[in-house]
Design a protein around this ligand. Structure first.
Ligand code: GTP
Ligand code: MG
Length: 208
């Protein structure tokens, strides 16, 4: 899978206001500042497509980007980050509700990529979120980010520790990707995975 074009389509404050399309959709989620928007720019090789910032909590809406519009189009979705402590509880609850509604009520969401900062130990907020995805039957994959900030040995060890922790409660682990938006690590692997999923029926409820 190669990305030949990418364009910002729309920002929506709720699922009902998202584009009325029947294309495969891939959404990126994770804690605020984990690198969602940067990863989208890295994958599309389109700097500034998704807004990035060192100030957490930048992405507040459900942002749709249309990919390969002229050939076989599909969508990338940038979601607001969860768990940003400096937001008020009311704001966090509101964002959480937007995210959960989108995830549950968007049948063309083919895979949700859950981003985890490679430098951090497993955090309850991410573990609980992935458990919730499993109970809802949402297809997801894990994406470790910012690996350029660690030595190869430290990166490997940190991810191993994370997956060991998950194995305590998960029978089977989701697909795992190791990335850096700075050095483009993991780009081919992610795009290849998306390419494979693009061959499935668009509505995940129609799978056998
Ligand atoms: P919110 O929209 O606020 O939830 O954040 P986000 O998850 O979209 O994060 P964003 O892509 O805006 O990146 C946050 C900060 O991390 C920025 O300062 C980025 O430059 C930095 N960053 C993102 N990815 C990487 C990476 O792979 N390596 C390094 N070194 N820095 C990164
Ligand atoms: Mg963002």
């Amino acid at each position: 899978m190669e990305i030949n074009s990418s364009r910002f389509l729309s920002s929506a404050p709720s699922t009902t206001l998202c584009p009325d399309s029947k294309m495969h959709e891939y959404a990126f989620i994770g804690r605020s500042n984990v690198g969602k928007s940067s990863l989208i720019n890295m994958l599309t090789r389109h700097n500034g497509l998704a807004m990035t910032s060192s100030t957490p909590g930048k992405t507040m809406l459900i942002n749709h980007f249309i990919i390969n519009e002229e050939s076989q189009p599909w969508m990338i979705v940038d979601l607001p980050g969860y768990g940003y402590a400096k937001r008020s509880k009311a704001d966090r609850d509101r964002i959480r509700a937007i995210i959960e509604d989108y995830i549950v009520n968007r049948p063309q969401l083919t895979c949700l990529f859950v981003l985890i900062d490679s430098r951090h130990k497993p955090q309850a907020i991410d573990l609980e979120f992935m458990e919730w995805l499993a109970t809802e039957g949402v297809p997801f994959a894990m994406v470790f980010t910012k690996l350029d900030k660690l030595t190869p040995t430290a990166g490997k060890k940190s991810i191993e520790l994370y997956l060991e922790k998950m194995k305590e409660s998960w029978e089977e682990l989701p697909p795992v990707f190791r990335t850096s938006s700075n050095d483009k690590r993991g780009r081919n692997e992610l795009l290849e995975y998306i390419g494979e999923l693009n061959t499935l029926p668009v509505d995940r409820s129609e799978e056998a």
